[in-house]
Design a protein around this ligand. Structure first.
Ligand SMILES: Cc1ncc(C[n+]2csc(CCOP(=O)(O)OP(=O)(O)O)c2C)c(N)n1
Length: 199
């Protein structure tokens, strides 16, 4: 599966991919949405108590998901992160590889830009390949999804088989669909109750 590099991966749509992922969640999986578009599409794909919507800082969806995965090893934890945001926190890849939580899945929405702030190109628009960097960091199960079919296959495997996993999907430049309520304390409290970390 997935010998494909980024150049021959199909351009897909983030909201469509987010809905496909959420439809597969039946076991109380936690989902951490990154700043901006990944959050907006996760919000619009259906509010779940186990969703956490990161506001404000780029690059924190993956480290937060790592923390949740370590704290609750019986629960699958999925980070949805933009490629620009993941570039800001590359060290997290090495930490994940070192700690190797079997229940962690990172999904990278790859548009080669900081889309939400005006489509400035990121290194990932040029030579930089995040799954290749992730493999170099020690995450052997790091793949490009060639198309929607392969994305679904990879997600199904990542929800069922031991991780950690990283799945990259090349996406178009459609803006995020929803708009997260901007109330950090409420987002935190709902999530903590949703994963049983607070009564
Ligand atoms: C540390 C930090 N630097 C800059 C910003 C401003 N900012 C917010 S979102 C964003 C772009 C995010 O890019 P990416 O994660 O690739 O998602 P996209 O917008 O392409 O969906 C930027 C530059 C920020 N919020 N935090």
């Amino acid at each position: 599966m997935s010998g494909h590099g980024k150049t021959n991966a199909k351009t897909m749509n983030r909201f469509d991919l987010t809905k496909r992922l959420v439809l597969r969640l039946t076991q109380g999986e936690a989902v951490i949405g990154g700043i901006g578009n990944t959050n907006f599409d996760l919000w619009e794909a259906g509010r779940r108590p186990e969703n956490f919507y990161m506001l404000g800082s780029m690059g924190l969806a993956v480290p937060i998901a790592l923390g949740v995965a370590l704290a609750q090893p019986q629960r699958r934890v999925i980070a949805l992160e933009g490629d620009g945001s993941l570039l800001m926190q590359l060290g997290a890849l090495g930490t994940i590889a070192t700690l190797a939580p079997r229940n962690l899945v990172v999904v990278v929405m790859y548009n080669g830009t900081y889309q939400i702030t005006g489509n400035q190109k990121t290194a990932t628009a040029f030579k930089t390949d995040i799954p290749a960097m992730a493999r170099g960091a020690g995450l052997a199960q790091s793949f490009w999804a060639a198309d929607e079919h392969e994305y679904e296959e990879l997600v199904a495997r990542a929800l069922a088989e031991p991780g950690p996993w990283l799945i990259a999907a090349r996406i178009d430049h459609e803006p995020g669909v929803g708009a997260t309520d901007r109330d950090p304390a409420q987002i935190r409290d709902r999530f903590m109750r949703g994963i049983g970390a607070k009564s």
